[in-house]
Every structure is written in structure tokens, then in C-alpha cells.
Design a protein around this ligand. Structure first.
Ligand SMILES: Nc1ncnc2c1ncn2[C@@H]1O[C@H](COP(=O)(O)OP(=O)(O)OP(=O)(O)O)[C@@H](O)[C@H]1O
Length: 476
């Protein structure tokens, strides 16, 4: 691994560096808010990140020259953005919106780093195009999970708050909606439920002129979901149909499906090395075996005070047993994996979003898209692997992207406990040409200080070493 994660433009400024007069104490939701759009303030650590500075740095993905007004958005939409404290577009918003809003509409395949505001880009296009005079479905978003579909609907509703009569609905498994026809301007669903709804003639598809796939690489790559997405597309007769694909990752092998799904699309893509999010400090912890890994995790949580965090594991069984152990030690933990019923999943997300639960233990089911601003730490308890046991860089990237969102700081810690897990992590780091740092657990007081400081200052401390192919104790 060659280049160290650049820290010179790390998106933080300490309280003393930031002019106090610019800091407003207003809070929106979560522990981090963007008061007036200028600063992101973390009350727990008293850190201010000057979002204005990030958005003025041409090398930062949040950079833009234009304002939302200059992007030709209708006045009610600008009003909605102001209410959400969105002052300036990010790079992806500034670049994608003019392409999306062109007439006649054209297809778009767009990639941008995690947490850089892709949702707003495709949402503002839909809100700009829908006609509100009759409640007819005109735009459809497909997302890989229930949780993401719900989140996207909420974003559409907030951004469209000043559009009179706007109706947005989810198409997700919901026993109370059985047999009821969907009547909304915009629908957001998971592919399986949408296919079923179309089959049962509960969705009038004739006027749907926009089809968006969020996390498009994931959906097109997965056998089942890819087929379902295709079936949905075939069921949309409207001409022209604007097909919009968004993701933080588009592996080369998926691009060919993407191009077939969205023919003649404009493309905005990144090289793997450009995907690194500077605000996320990436570390790893080296354990000698599984038992030690388990004990180390508990010790770590026993010591640290963390706003909110997500622990990713490989299996449902690990998720359940870790949750049980942590709850018995007094931690406010929830766990979410595929076997839970829809309403149980909703309740888990509600507890986590509200802060009632500080720790969410989950599998890859929640690795993508989820936006909870108070998440300052992501733990890869199991290093992500694909179904054939190979390293899975995309999933690693999406998982750690649950922190460090829109200029915020965050820490990602990966646990390795044997040669396989170490090799997998090393391959992932190599894929992105990035460095990971060893968190030395010989002195736990130091660990506590260092990790706290990173969340605070996003800088590596003294006992952090660079990951080397040779020389990691238990894993080599
Ligand atoms: N222009 C903006 N100004 C301020 N905040 C913004 C702006 N655009 C988006 N945000 C906020 O940034 C956060 C991340 O946005 P979003 O969830 O759309 O990211 P994303 O690019 O889709 O990430 P991922 O790849 O992880 O799905 C959200 O909390 C959103 O409200």
C-alpha cells in the first residue's frame, strides 16, 4: 500500500481554530447537525468542522462553484433545501443535476463517494419533473433494502415539503397494504415487492417516466435482484423513460450490466483511489484468535464512549450472540439481520436513529446507504467477503461509509484474528491503494485516548503503525 490517507486537508478544525461568531448552536436531528450549513458541530466532543471550507476546496467531493439557485431548481425546492440546512450543492449534486434536468431527459450512471449527497441529486430531479395536478405514479425508485427505501421516502418528503399535495409512498412488505392500490406521485420500493405489486396490478405504471436504482451496482450484480429490476423496467411503458443509476461503487464487471440497463447514459465515475473518504480514519486491531477478538470487542466498548456505532458481522448467529453478550454487559444494543419481520426491523431502526440504542449490530444487509449522522464509529468485526469467500472491497467501502458523512469525522476499525482475515483486509486496502493503521492494544488507556482523539481531531496517534505485509503478531 503506497499512499497514506492524506491528513493535510482532513476535514476538521478545532474549536479554537474556528471563528466562534460563525458557530450557531442550532440542531436538526442526531448528535451532529449542520447549523446554518456552515459548521457541523458534535456537542459530545466540542468539535466544529467547517463545511464551508470543505465546499471551497476543489479537491473535496463536497466542492461546488454553483449555488442551488443556479441549478435551476424551482423555488419550493430551494425552500425545502434551506429548511434542511443545505446551503451549497456537493460536487455530485452540481454535476449530476444539470445532466438529469436536461430536456428531453437522458439516462445517467453516476458514482460519488459515500455520504456526498447522491440521494438529493436524484430526488431533486424527480421533484422537479413530477406534475402534481393528479396523483398518478410518475417516478419510481428501487433500493436494495426496506430500511433504505424508507429513508429515501423520508428524504423525498422533506425536500418536497413545499410542493403542495405531493404524495410519496413505499412499496415494501407491509401486511396492512395488502390488496390496496398505490396512489402517489413518487414510489420507493424494494425490487421484489415492486414486481409483486405490478403483477397484482396494484400500481399504474403508465405514467412512470423516471426509474432510479439506488445502490445500482449491488442490485444489478445480484442474480435475484438484477432480474427483478429488469422485470420492473420492462413493465414501464412510458416513453421516454429516464433511467438513473447511482452508487458509490461501480465495479468494472458491473458496468456492462449498467450500460445495458441505462443505454446511452451520461456517466460520472471515479477511480478506486478517488473513492477514499478523508474524514474516515481507518484502523485495524490484531487479535490472536476468535475468543480474543470477542473479548477485545467487549473490552473496547467497556472503555469507550461513542456517540453511535455500527458493528458488522458475517452471520446472523454472530449478530445475535454478540448482541446478547453486549446487552448483558449493560450496553444499549440493537441487532438487525434478515430474519426479522418488517415491523421488527422498523422498530430497531427507530431505536438506533433516535439514539435510544447506541450500538447497532448487523450483517451486510445494512452495509449500504443508511444515513445516521451520529455514527462516529464502524467496526468490521468480520472482514467482508463475497459469497465465494474472497475479499469484498465494495462492501468494506460501503460499511465504513456509514460514518464520516458529508464532511463529518469518523473511525473505522477492522478486527483481524487469523491469517485469512488479515489477508482479506490487506487485499481490500490494496484495492483502494490506502493505508490502514494498527491500533496497539498493549496499553488500553492509550487506545481510549487515541480513538477519542481521532473522532475529535481525525489524526493518528503515537501507537498507531502502518499496516505492513510482515509483522502483525497474531495474524501473520
Ligand atoms: N448539499 C448538502 N448540504 C448539506 N448536507 C447535505 C447536502 N447534501 C446531502 N447532505 C447530507 O449529507 C448526508 C449524506 O447524504 P446521502 O445519504 O445522500 O449520501 P450518499 O452519497 O447517498 O451516500 P451513500 O453512498 O452512503 O448512500 C445526508 O445526511 C444528507 O442530508
Amino acid at each position: 500500500m503506497s499512499a497514506e490517507i492524506p491528513t493535510e486537508s482532513a476535514p476538521v478544525a478545532t474549536a479554537s481554530e474556528a471563528p466562534k461568531s460563525d458557530i450557531s448552536a442550532a440542531q436538526t436531528d442526531g448528535a451532529f447537525a449542520a447549523p446554518g450549513g456552515d459548521y457541523i458541530q458534535d456537542p459530545e466532543w466540542d468539535v466544529q468542522v467547517k463545511l464551508k471550507d470543505l465546499q471551497a476546496d476543489p479537491n473535496n467531493p463536497l466542492y461546488s462553484i454553483k449555488s442551488f439557485n443556479e441549478l435551476q431548481l424551482a423555488e419550493p425546492l430551494v425552500k425545502g433545501l434551506v429548511k434542511l440546512s443545505f446551503r451549497k450543492p456537493s460536487k455530485i449534486q452540481e454535476r449530476a443535476l444539470p445532466l438529469l434536468l436536461r430536456d428531453p431527459p437522458t439516462n445517467l450512471i453516476a458514482q460519488s463517494q459515500s455520504g456526498t449527497g447522491k440521494t438529493a441529486a436524484f430526488v431533486l430531479n424527480m421533484l422537479s419533473r413530477v406534475k402534481l395536478d393528479t396523483i398518478t405514479p410518475q417516478a419510481l425508485v428501487l433500493a436494495p433494502t426496506r430500511e433504505l427505501a424508507v429513508q429515501i421516502r423520508q428524504v423525498i418528503q422533506s425536500m418536497g415539503e413545499f410542493l403542495p399535495g405531493l404524495v410519496v409512498q413505499n412499496i415494501i412488505p407491509d401486511p396492512s397494504k395488502k390488496g390496496i392500490k398505490y396512489e402517489a406521485h413518487i414510489l420507493v420500493g424494494t425490487p421484489g415487492s415492486v414486481v409483486e405489486t405490478i403483477k397484482r396490478k396494484l400500481l399504474d405504471t403508465r405514467q412512470i417516466g423516471i426509474l432510479v436504482l439506488d445502490e445500482a451496482d449491488n442490485m444489478l450484480d445480484m442474480q435475484g435482484m438484477g432480474d427483478q429490476c429488469k422485470r420492473v423496467k420492462v413493465a414501464l411503458p412510458h416513453k421516454p423513460l429516464q433511467v438513473v443509476l447511482f452508487s458509490a461503487t461501480f465495479p468494472e464487471e458491473v458496468m456492462k450490466y449498467a450500460n445495458q440497463f441505462a443505454p446511452n447514459a451520461d456517466e460520472i465515475t471515479l477511480k478506486p483511489s478517488q473513492t477514499v473518504v478523508k474524514g474516515i480514519r481507518q484502523l485495524y486491531l490484531d487479535c490472536n484468535n476468535l475468543q480474543e477478538k470477542f473479548d477485545t470487542l467487549l473490552k473496547f466498548y467497556g472503555l469507550m464512549t461513542i456517540a453511535s456505532s455500527i458493528i458488522y458481522v458475517r452471520t446472523r448467529a454472530t449478530s445475535a450472540s454478540l448482541a446478547q453478550r453486549m446487552i448483558s454487559e449493560g450496553h444499549a444494543v440493537v441487532q438487525l439481520s434478515g430474519e426479522l419481520e418488517g415491523h421488527e426491523r422498523d422498530a430497531v431502526m427507530e431505536k438506533f436513529r433516535s439514539g435510544e440504542a447506541k450500538v447497532l449490530i448487523t450483517t451486510n444487509v445494512l452495509s449500504r446507504g443508511i444515513d445516521v449522522q451520529s455514527v462516529t464509529m464502524v467496526i468490521n468485526y468480520d472482514i467482508p467477503e463475497d459469497k465465494d469467500g474472497r475479499p469484498d472491497p465494495e462492501t468494506y467501502y460501503h460499511r465504513i461509509g456509514r460514518t464520516g458523512r458529508f464532511g463529518r469525522v469518523g473511525v473505522a476499525i477492522s478486527f483481524v484474528h487469523d491469517k485469512d482475515s488479515w489477508d482479506r483486509l490487506y487485499a481490500i486496502a490494496k484495492h483502494f491503494d490506502m493505508e490502514l493503521h494498527l491500533l496497539n492494544t498493549d496499553d488500553w488507556d492509550k487506545v481510549e485516548d487515541e480513538v477519542s482523539n481521532m473522532i475529535k481531531h481525525n489524526r493518528a496517534g503515537a501507537s498507531i503503525e502502518t499496516m505492513q505485509k510482515e509483522g502483525t503478531a497474531g495474524a501473520s
